[in-house]
Design a protein around this ligand. Structure first.
Ligand code: HEC
Length: 120
């Protein structure tokens, strides 16, 4: 009897997770993640929140240069770009010692990475 209750509760908990991820898949219209452009959408985010530490020759950002398309694409492809801005476990949370990027900026970065991090 109690185990049936547990199964129902487990099902409800899983259903809750399912709806959470559906919100990620269909973001609010106020955040446009279609046709994300490296130069128009991604560079401004990087310039504002990241490049003060991550430029060529800087040791402030752990020696990681994220300036220019090729450099950023490398971090996009190894998962560390999305991992760091989403504060995923196993990655250093970025921007370092500052608040998380707003949700729309994170969605734009994810969309750009999912599109294959194009130089557009
Ligand atoms: C105040 C300086 C600073 C800022 C601002 C900053 N970073 Fe970093 N970042 C670092 C340091 C230092 C490291 C080396 C790892 C550590 O010490 O946490 C690092 C590491 C990283 C890594 C490698 C993480 C890993 O776990 O492999 C990525 C990717 C990264 N930063 C991306 C970003 C992005 C994207 C932004 C902007 C949203 C940003 N950083 C802003 C200092 C900074």
């Amino acid at each position: 009897m109690y185990s049936k209750v547990a199964v129902v509760l487990l099902f409800l908990a899983l259903a809750g997770c399912y709806y959470d991820s559906e919100e990620d898949l269909y973001p609010p219209v106020s955040c446009d993640t279609s046709n994300i452009s490296y130069s128009l959408d991604i560079v401004p985010i990087m310039a504002t929140s990241c490049l003060n530490c991550h430029f060529n020759g800087s040791s402030i950002g752990g020696g990681l240069n994220l300036e220019g398309h090729a450099a950023l694409k490398a971090s996009a492809e190894n998962g560390s770009l999305v991992g760091s801005v989403t504060h995923a476990s196993g990655f250093s949370a970025m921007p370092k010692d500052a608040s998380k990027l707003d949700e729309c900026k994170i969605r734009k970065i994810k969309a750009w990475v999912q599109a294959g991090s194009p130089d557009n």
